[in-house]
Design a binder for this molecule. Structure first.
Ligand code: PBG
Length: 328
């Protein structure tokens, strides 16, 4: 053996203390963003069937939820409105007293230190469930930008700290940046869904947000999962248009894209650990087939390792608790 030449990598793995010294990535509470679904009505707390432990809540219950997040140190929420009234142009998305606008107000009043990120899209608000304006069965790009801009401005007026447009129309970042600036919100950052794939992993979210398209699919605006160079083009044009953060969505099947977007832009990258990724893991955990905490932490740290600075995840509250208890 003595003349064998090799490196002893196991030295740095030999004790928990040494392993900690050389650990390259870590999930911190500061990285976490929790998505919240708000609905009309009173005392509503509906569990989403395909997302155990995740609820749609009405405004009178919202503070209970956000207090929990604040108490455990989750620093940010992403708010999704589920309105009662839907119409052709998604007018509740930009109504002054819309569900999301009121929810933003409630959170800012109760938990002023929570960073409130507003999802800016039309699909929950349109009766056809698409993310833009429709004519003759076609999703129109430029005609949708005006409504998306109005939505973003109304959310900023309601007190949103960050605007997160998720609609994937071309030019939405440029249009929204200009709209925010003209309305005096020059300091409100845009967290753009730069790279959003037409993914089957959004299924449970569409149950939660009632946003399944009534015809067709989203493939003319969301990206083909097969494409990588196109993702970089999307990310670059979003940077040119004024995005401050870049979201890659979904996260787990797209870790390569997270890394490439990070390297190509140097901008803060946000991994969106989507509903289907949550549901798969919950189902396996409920069956006792995997160790939920261990698998969740492994998943999230792999997103950090891939280059994500922040992670939107339905596990955010659980993770913050586990970090408190040093349970992982
Ligand atoms: C809507 C939107 C979607 C998600 C966030 N915003 C879904 C979609 O395109 O249907 C998905 C989130 C998730 O699955 O967790 N524009």
């Amino acid at each position: 053996m003595s003349d064998l030449q090799f490196r002893r990598h196991r030295r740095l793995r030999s004790t928990p203390g040494i392993r900690k010294m050389v650990r390259e990535n870590e999930v911190k509470k500061e990285d976490l963003i929790f998505p919240i679904f708000v609905v009309e009505g009173e005392k509503v707390k509906n569990e989403v069937p395909s997302m155990p432990g995740i609820y749609q809540v009405s405004l009178d219950i919202l503070a209970q939820e956000t207090n929990k997040l604040e108490r455990h140190g989750v620093p940010a929420v992403m708010v999704f409105g589920v309105p009662n009234e839907k119409d052709e142009y998604g007018s509740q998305a930009y109504a002054e007293e819309g569900i999301v606008q009121r929810a933003i107000g409630v959170i800012k009043e109760n938990n002023p230190t929570l960073t409130v990120i507003a999802d800016t899209c039309l699909c929950q608000y349109t009766d056809h469930g698409h993310c833009g304006v429709i004519r003759d069965g076609e999703i129109l790009n430029d005609e949708s930008l005006q409504l998306l801009t109005e939505t973003a401005v109304s959310q900023a007026k309601a007190g949103a700290d960050i605007i997160a447009p998720s609609n994937m129309m071309d030019g939405f970042t440029a249009a929204i940046r200009r709209g925010l600036d003209n309305a005096g919100f020059v300091h409100t950052p845009i967290m753009s869904y730069s790279v959003k794939y037409a993914s089957a992993f959004y299924g449970p979210f569409r149950d939660a947000a009632h946003s399944t398209p009534s015809f067709g699919d989203r493939k003319t605006y969301q990206m083909d999962p097969a494409n990588r160079e196109e993702a970089l083009r999307e990310a670059r044009s979003d940077v040119e248009e004024g995005a401050d953060f870049l979201i890659v969505k979904p996260a787990l099947s797209y870790l390569d894209i997270i890394r490439e977007v990070k390297d190509a832009t140097g901008y803060p990258v946000v991994a969106y650990n989507v509903s289907g990724e949550f549901a798969m893991l919950k189902a396996a955990a409920q069956n006792g087939w995997i160790d939920e905490k261990a698998v969740v932490m492994e998943k999230l740290v792999s997103m950090k390792r891939a280059g994500a600075d922040l992670i939107v995840t339905y596990f955010a509250l659980d993770v913050a608790k586990w970090i408190d208890e040093e349970l992982y």
